[in-house]
Design a binder for this molecule. Structure first.
Ligand SMILES: *Cc1c(COP(=O)(O)O)cnc(C)c1O
Length: 363
């Protein structure tokens, strides 16, 4: 049995008719950018996250960099972020000329909140929290620190649609919640897409203006903005994803629970969920000190896995200019050497998962 790390086709075919009908409806409407689908999606997504305003954008990276831009964070400013993240989190900071200040992760792969305070300087302007792999970070402590030091709080929710901390959804704790709808995310478009969720009406307006060349009214440009619009087709298709999001979340939780209950091998360290937090299992990430051996063993059995992520941003070629040395962030680097994402997708069958679990237990 060949098992891939992800199967986006399964998530499409389950709701095929609805997606196809919506696609035709949008194509036939004659209106393709900033219309009713985007407006409705923004309202529905804001309601899903628990209130506030949603502004649709072209990608998750755009949500991040435009967030820092709109918040006025730029050259000379420092933003605190965890070291073990997808590089887009860091690019959202540096695209504005601001400097990322890395903090080590905790045992849940989220920012270690006990290590934030020592990194705060007079230049610190914001904390960027990444709810990595779909698990909510320890937001009570982060929110307290942001308040105490008068810092902006931005959340990277590209992997955490629906994950909560103490009952409140990620993306609603800080000034801006940044979402991606890249096809492989838990709420995935059929192309690129992103959004921000904000509580402040004026801030939402700033995003609306910025995404459309800095104009509120056509051809009257108030500022130098960007073209970062979620299109009608993606918004329409995302509305269908949103309609079924709960059942998809529940399915991922059931798959995760089986892995947690049934994988028993001392060579593998399973993920844990923090008290007070929920996980939506964007990835199911295990750790192993014999990862390379494990990957080739699974490959022989045609079981696909992915490493999220093999090179931490501070050691990537792109961020060589920051001058970080290997060994600067030992926990981040150890995770990069040990993490492995098991197959996890909507539509994974019991039979497929049994095959993976048995292989893991025999390793
Ligand atoms: C996917 C992802 C992004 C970027 O989203 P895009 O839509 O691909 O631009 C940012 N941060 C994290 C943590 C991600 O997983």
């Amino acid at each position: 049995m060949k098992i891939m790390a992800n199967r986006m086709d399964r998530g499409f075919f389950r709701y095929q008719k609805e997606f196809e009908d919506k696609a035709l409806e949008v194509l036939r409407s004659g209106w393709y950018v900033l219309g009713n689908e985007v407006k409705n999606f923004e309202e529905e997504f804001a309601a899903y996250t628990g209130g506030g305003y949603c502004v649709g954008l072209a990608s998750g990276l755009d949500a991040l960099w435009i967030a820092f831009r709109v918040l006025g964070i730029g050259p000379g400013d420092e933003v605190i972020v965890q070291g073990n993240t997808y590089i887009a989190s860091v690019m959202g900071i540096t695209m504005n000329g601001a400097t990322p200040v890395f903090v080590e992760p905790d045992e849940y792969f989220n920012i270690d909140t006990a290590k934030i305070e020592e990194k705060i300087t007079e230049r610190t302007k914001a904390i960027l929290v990444v709810h990595l792999y779909g698990q909510a970070s320890k937001m009570d402590t982060v929110a307290e620190l942001a308040e105490k030091y008068n810092l902006r709080l931005v959340e990277d929710c590209a992997q955490s649609h629906g994950a909560c901390f103490q009952g409140r959804m990620t993306g609603t704790f800080g000034d801006v919640g940044c979402f991606s709808f890249y096809p492989s995310k838990n709420i995935g478009a059929f192309g690129d897409g992103g959004a921000v969720v904000v509580k402040d009406k004026k801030l939402a307006e700033d995003f609306r203006i910025f995404r459309n060349y800095g104009s509120e009214k056509r051809y009257y440009n108030k500022l130098v903005g960007a073209n970062s619009r979620l299109d009608e087709l993606q918004a329409g298709l995302l509305r269908i994803r949103l309609k079924h999001v709960r059942e998809c979340e529940e399915e991922r939780c059931r798959i995760a629970k089986r892995y947690l209950d049934e994988v028993k091998n001392p060579k593998l360290k399973l993920p844990q969920v923090r008290a007070g937090a929920t996980a939506v299992w964007h990835q199911f990430v295990i750790r192993s000190s014999v990862r390379e051996e494990l990957i080739s063993y699974l490959n022989e059995r045609e079981i696909g896995t992915i490493i999220h992520y093999p090179i931490p941003p501070h050691l990537s070629e792109a961020y060589g200019y920051l001058g970080c040395q290997k060994g600067a962030f030992p926990i981040t680097e150890r995770y990069a050497d040990e993490v492995l994402s098991l197959p996890m997708y909507n539509g994974m069958t019991d039979e497929e998962q049994t095959f993976v679990i048995e292989a893991l237990n025999q390793f």
